[in-house]
Design a binder for this molecule. Structure first.
Ligand SMILES: Nc1ncnc2c1ncn2[C@@H]1O[C@H](COP(=O)(O)OP(=O)(O)OP(=O)(O)O)[C@@H](O)[C@H]1O
Length: 356
């Protein structure tokens, strides 16, 4: 259900028609999305699309020129009225960890707990360090820790004042791919255990899908689709989302009915009805997992590229000048470059857009 069908303040974070920028024009416009209590959301998009700008507005560092931001039912940003960052109960975790180099790990985590009694504060710090599995490193300094450990300290520090919402700005981008994957799942588990809501900014789609319940795909400062990962992949709202999310190639087709398309890959039948007239020219999205190997098939495209990836191999196939596509096969199906391979399309979710 689109978030703004609800009129009550059900949402933890409710961003409505937000517009903001630096100086004259807006960098982001008409941005709307809403996050439930305990949910992890994501702003995903190419470099420069406005992800960090939205995060700055949420944190209270950037005033808004249009729309509003509501947290727990309270407006915290309106044009001309910005609740200061320290009054928002929003925690932040940055890409570069931003730890204090001259403070120990325990002191870093306890930094935001100045008002607490000494004993209480120590107990809280140790509890947080335990949560991120760093209790044995309490007396070390940041430079003695690995990047992944430092980022866990940064998370513990952000969690210490018990924020309502945590903003994570490309938190794993300084880490290698393997650690990135593990840490993103660890962080998801920690946030879910605590029931803390978070908003992650990333341009890494796998990270967004692994960690987040809902994702906003952004382009040029506008939300293209705010949805669960499954729908972004299988029901992309437009061509940009279809091309940006997952792998895939567009091939030409022609509508023959509301759910049927003729193409060089044969007569394709989808499971949802479109509104186009028979004869409408279309671009049809073919995902690598829509193509299956079928010895009986008369469709025999030629292998033009092959990328071995351990358990599977990604093939690029050529049918004609206009029709090239990819297929992912288990790697025991081993074909040579130039070989003609019998395949067929098996796409439950047939995605197509009218050709412009
Ligand atoms: N402080 C600033 N002053 C003026 N323009 C800025 C400022 N910060 C960002 N911009 C511009 O706003 C646009 C969006 O930038 P933003 O940092 O929000 O993008 P992003 O999606 O977070 O990109 P990246 O993934 O590269 O960090 C860009 O065109 C950028 O040049």
């Amino acid at each position: 259900m689109p978030p703004h069908n609800l009129t009550t303040d059900t949402w933890l974070l409710d961003v409505r028609a937000l517009g903001c920028g630096y100086g004259d024009g807006n960098v982001v416009s008409d941005v709307s999305f809403a996050l439930g209590h305990g949910d992890i959301g994501c702003l995903l998009g190419p470099s420069g699309c406005g992800k960090s700008t939205i995060l700055r507005a949420l944190a209270g560092f950037l005033p808004v020129s249009e729309g509003e931001i509501r947290l727990n039912g309270q407006a915290i940003s309106l044009p001309g009225r910005t609740t200061p960052p320290e009054k928002r109960r929003i925690g932040m975790v940055f890409q570069d960890y931003a730890l204090f180099p001259h403070l120990t790990i325990a002191e870093n985590v306890g930094f935001g707990l100045k008002g607490m009694k000494r004993g209480e504060r120590h107990a809280k710090v140790m509890e947080l360090l335990q949560l991120v599995h760093l209790q044995d490193l309490a007396d070390q300094y940041p430079h003695q820790l690995s990047g992944g450990q430092q980022q866990r300290v940064a998370l513990a520090r952000a969690l210490a004042p018990e924020p309502t919402l945590i903003l994570l700005d490309e938190p794993f981008s300084n880490l290698d791919a393997d650690l990135r994957r593990r840490l993103s799942l660890d962080v998801r588990d920690i946030l879910k255990d605590l029931g803390i809501s978070a908003l992650l900014v990333t341009h890494d789609q796998q990270e967004a899908f692994a960690m987040c319940d809902q994702v906003a795909v952004l382009k040029d400062g506008r939300v293209q689709q705010w949805d669960v990962p499954y729908n972004l992949y299988h029901e992309p709202a437009n061509r940009f989302v279809a091309g940006f999310i997952g792998q895939g190639a567009f091939i030409p087709g022609r509508a023959t009915g509301p759910d049927t398309i003729d193409s060089e890959l044969g007569h394709l039948v989808g499971n949802r009805a479109y509104r186009w007239q028979p004869g409408t020219l279309l671009d049809v999205l073919i995902r690598p997992d829509d193509i299956v190997y079928d010895e009986e098939s008369e469709l025999q495209p030629r292998v033009v590229e092959k990328t071995f990836a351990g358990t599977s191999t990604l093939y690029r196939f050529h049918m004609s000048e206009d029709t090239e596509f990819e297929a992912l096969f288990r790697s025991h199906l081993d074909f040579r470059l130039g070989e003609h391979v019998p395949v067929r399309v098996e796409a439950d979710h047939l995605i197509a857009f009218e050709r412009t």
